[in-house]
Design a protein around this ligand. Structure first.
Ligand code: AMP
Ligand code: MG
Length: 518
């Protein structure tokens, strides 16, 4: 296996001098060298063919050596795996040092003019494992593997997943945190991204008042991942902050567009590159509901509910501003950028909402708010609603329009007279808007269908793949991997996955309810 290794993080930044792999506080370092656990019987159960091809590894995917690398059982010659040291705010509270408790970065590569870091998740303990074991279970690994790739093909910035390996070992987990631990199959995902640096890497040094290392980390990040920044001194850091903010806001606008709920938007789970990272108890909106969160650990405060995700991004960006402050030392300049973020977000977010409706006309708050209220008034499948909406024609009556989106309603009996009337009033306005637009019905449909996916990784679908895999069948993983490579295409052969959540999945653990246990 020939890989073009181009390590930078563990070469240009300082390593933890202590080599023992025991949980501890790590100071004055960016990472700790650590080796993945050697497995006796790892098994590759899926790999992302197209992505493997993109990064030049497809030809090796069947090899023993590839399996060794993506299972952590062999370390590629001349490379030095490491776990990163970072901190973070969890659920709004400062949590201190966290770090890669179960992620081990293998190496960086350069291929096709792109730079990638390969990282194993679930390959054993690190100095950052605190009181946890460093492993990951099959169910959460399947969810991360499939969703990373699905997000990419949806056009949402995200970390990627190269492979899914069964470790052959068992892992003890208390899924519901209710005192009923049980053994589950262990698994390892090989995640890939240009870098896995998080807001929390910057917060760590800022909290420790270590401005030397904060500067080193920021300079390193700019040099490798924001090469377009050419200014110096505080201007350089201001520009960096602005770019990170804009990328992060773009990401959350995409999440809102496709109905993705991250579930744990702690600052240690915010990529400095604006990528969706750390797929834990995430979920997809089935019935449209701004207050929905898949994460049972967050069920009370619902901090990370769908409708709150943009506000949380702002909150997280304020934490990043606090962390970078010592490099910038100019409160009003930072405040100015934050204020601009509001404008940046609002204008792009409103455009996104309009485009989901196929409308180029200016945003009308009243019109969009009424739509949200109608969508929430009875259980209405978000994905199906927007997809069916593309079938409207300018000549339709509002009655006809409502009929055309009927497939999105979970229970037609819920559509009482007043609810129906609200919809008819809204459709009347919508059709009037459409008649004012220059696009033809067909042009609008093509546009809408390029933004409103037909297929997403519905919560129950991931669970079906998990149940199958638990009994040794990996066919559904491949089927969903293939299906979700073209989420905006009709793909008639997969029509059965264009379906509302079935009743059995409504309250099932793993479908609409997930804990952080993984
Ligand atoms: P998360 O909420 O999954 O992003 O994890 C928060 C922190 O806990 C991170 O520092 C993780 O590395 C760590 N962590 C989560 N699960 C484990 C585990 N099974 N073993 C070690 N560390 C873990
Ligand atoms: Mg995390």
């Amino acid at each position: 296996m020939k890989i073009n290794i181009k390590d930078t993080f563990n070469k240009e930044l300082d390593a933890d001098k202590e080599l023992s792999n025991s949980p501890r506080q790590v100071y004055n370092s960016f990472f700790s060298f650590v080796r993945p656990k050697i497995l006796s019987n790892p098994k590759l159960i899926h790999f992302s063919e197209e992505f493997a091809n993109e990064i030049g590894l497809k030809e090796y995917a069947d090899s023993e050596e590839f399996l060794k690398i993506v299972s952590g059982t062999g370390v590629y010659d001349g490379t030095n795996p490491y776990a990163m040291c970072y901190a973070g705010h969890q659920f709004g509270n400062w949590a201190g040092q966290l770090g890669d408790g179960r992620a081990i970065n293998l190496f960086e590569i350069e291929t096709g003019g792109k730079h990638w870091t390969l990282q194993l998740k679930g390959a054993g303990p690190t100095p950052y494992s605190r009181n946890a074991d460093g492993f990951a279970v099959l169910r959460s690994s399947i969810r991360e593997h499939l969703c990373s790739e699905a997000m990419h093909y949806l056009g949402v910035p995200t970390t990627r997943s190269l492979s899914l390996v069964l470790t052959g070992d068992q892992v003890l987990r208390d899924v519901l945190y209710n005192g009923n631990p049980a053994y589950e199959k262990g698994a390892i995902v090989c995640r890939v991204a240009p870098a896995f640096i998080r807001f929390g890497n910057f917060e760590l040094f800022a909290a420790r008042k270590d401005s030397g290392n904060l500067k080193k980390l920021t300079d390193y990040t700019i040099k490798h991942f924001f090469p377009e920044i050419s200014s110096e001194g505080k201007e350089k850091y201001l520009e960096f902050y602005k770019k990170v903010g804009e990328r992060t806001l773009d990401m959350v606008i995409d999440w809102q567009r496709v109905g993705f709920v991250h579930g744990v938007m702690n600052t240690d789970n915010m990529s400095i590159l604006g990528l969706t990272i750390d797929f834990g108890p995430y979920g997809w909106l089935e019935n449209f509901d701004n207050s929905w969160t898949p994460n049972t650990t967050d069920a009370n405060g619902r901090r990370y509910r769908y409708g709150n995700q943009p506000d949380i991004v702002f909150w997280n960006l304020v934490q990043l501003a606090n962390a970078l402050y010592t490099l910038i030392d100019d409160l009003s300049a930072l405040q100015g950028i934050l204020d601009n973020f509001s404008e940046y977000f609002t204008s792009k977010y409103q455009k996104m909402l309009q485009s989901k409706l196929g409308i180029e006309a200016e945003y009308n708050a009243d019109f969009q708010d009424t739509l949200m209220r109608n969508l929430e008034s009875v259980e209405t499948d978000m994905t199906i609603f927007y997809r069916e909406l593309a079938n409207l024609e300018k000549t339709d009556s509002s009655e006809k329009a409502l009929e055309k989106v009927e497939y999105a309603f979970y229970n037609l009996e819920e559509i009482t007279e007043p609810i129906k009337n609200n919809w008819l009033i809204w459709f009347e306005k919508y059709l009037a808007l459409l008649r004012n637009e220059t696009k033809t019905d067909n042009e609008r449909k093509v546009w809408m269908n390029s933004l409103n996916p037909k297929y997403v990784l519905r919560n129950y679908m991931a669970q079906l793949a998990i149940d199958d895999a638990d009994s040794g069948n990996y066919g559904l993983i491949e089927e969903f991997y293939v299906l979700l490579q073209k989420p905006y295409n009709e793909q008639q052969q997969y029509q059965k996955w264009y379906a509302k959540r079935p009743d059995w999945a409504r309250e099932k653990i793993g479908c609409s309810m997930l804990s952080c246990s993984s």
